[in-house]
Ligand binder design. Structure first.
Ligand SMILES: [Zn+2]
Length: 67
């Protein structure tokens, strides 16, 4: 387990300030509100909106991209 619960506590989604959760496979941190998934690189969470992907459970199609 690379990301500690203590670290998760202080992290928040930069887009909407909601809390984030570790994905089940440990590949990223998912915002509980806007569903953005922030990647984890070298055990460091990348909390950047530009780096996030949006994971929409209702449609498994192409990821939404801004213009
Ligand atoms: Zn969010």
């Amino acid at each position: 387990m690379a990301i500690s619960p203590d670290l998760l506590e202080i992290l928040a989604c930069p887009a909407c300030k909601a809390k984030v959760e570790l994905k089940e496979d440990g590949s990223g941190l998912k915002c509980v509100n806007c569903k953005r998934v922030y990647p984890i690189r070298d055990d460091i969470p990348v909390m950047l909106i530009d780096e996030a992907t949006i994971e929409d459970e209702s449609s498994a199609g192409e990821p939404a991209r801004g213009s």
